[in-house]
Ligand binder design. Sequence first.
Ligand SMILES: Cc1cc2nc3c(=O)[nH]c(=O)nc-3n(C[C@H](O)[C@H](O)[C@H](O)COP(=O)(O)O)c2cc1C
Length: 329
Amino acid sequence: MQTKNKSTVLELIKSKVSLAPMAGLTDYVLRSMVRQYCPDCLLTTEMISSEFLNQNRNQNEILKLNPDHHPIAYQICGHKPYLMQKAAIQLSEYADIIDINMGCPVRKVVGGNDGSALMRNVELAKEIVIAVKEGTTKPVSVKFRLGFSQDEMNYVEFGQAMQQAGAELITLHARTRSQMYSGSADWAKIKDLKNNVDIPVFANGDIKSVEDAKKCFEQSNADGIAIGRGILGDPTLIGRVSEYLKTGKMLPAPTPIQKLQMMKEHLNREIELRGERVGVKFFRKLYPFYISSIPNAVKMRAVLVLENDYKKVCEYIKEIENQVKTYTV
Ligand SMILES: Cc1cc2nc3c(=O)[nH]c(=O)nc-3n(C[C@H](O)[C@H](O)[C@H](O)COP(=O)(O)O)c2cc1C
C-alpha cells in the first residue's frame, strides 16, 4: 500500500523540488513565475484557512489556477476535522495534492490551535489527516517542524503518526516552533525522519542556492526539497535546482539587471491581477528581495516602498537600471 502511494506521489513531482507555501507571497503570480522557469516542480498555494474558506474576500485570488500550474498542492490550515474535510472536498477540484499545515509558528495561528500547535496534539493531528483523506481521492501531504520547542522534538513520532493516519508525503521544516525563523535549519534531523518512515520526505529550510540544495540532499537523504524564501527576488532558483538534479549543470544565478527585469515583470503581473493601486501597494514587500544585491539598496527600497504612482515607480526602476549598467559594463 505505502509503496504504491510512494510511487504515485513522487511521479507527480518529477523534478523533486517543490515551492514551499508562503502566506501573502506565493500567490497566483509568483506561482506562475516559478512555473515559467520550472515546468515540472510542485507548486503550492499559501495556506487557506478551513474556517474561512468561502468567507474570505481574497479567496478568488488564492484559489486561482492556471492549467500550467499542475502539479500543484493546495495547503489547508485548521484544527476541526470536519471543516478540514470540507475544505479538502472543495479544493480537490483544483489540487493534485492536499497539503495540511501543521508547522505554522505564528502566534495567532498557534493560539487558534492550528499550525504547529497540532504537533502537541498528535491524536487530533491524526484525526485531521483521516478526515481529509476521506474527503479527497488526491494524495494528502503534511508539512510540519521538528517539534514545538527544543524540549518537545517529536518529529519522528509525529511523522510516523502522520504516515499511520494515511499521509502520502511529508515535508519537514527543520526548525522548532520556538525557533520561528531564527538559527539554521538542521538538515541532519531530516535524515532521522527519513530513516524512520516509509513515505517520501521533503526537506525544507534555508535552501537559498543550488549549492545549498546539493548539500541539503547530501545531509538529509530526502526524496525532495521544498524551497520558500530562496525564490524571493529570484523566481529562477527552483528551475535551476531542478536543472542541476536532472543534468548536473549549475546554471548561474540571475544578474542584478536580470533581477530588475524579473521585478518589473512580477510587478506588472500583480497589477494585471489586482489592479494598479492595489498591485503597487502589494509589491512593497517584494522590492527589497529583487534589489538586495545592488549598492544603495536600502536607499532605493525606501523610495520604492513609499511610491504609490505606477509611472513614478517605473521611472525610478529605470534610474536604478541605468545606475547598475554604469558599474556592470
Ligand atoms: C512570509 C512567510 C509565510 C509563510 N507562510 C506559510 C504558509 O502559509 N504555510 C506553511 O506551511 N509555511 C509557511 N511558511 C514557511 C515556509 O513554507 C518554509 O517552511 C520556511 O520559510 C522555511 O523554508 P525556507 O527557508 O525555504 O523559506 C511561511 C514562511 C514565510 C517566511
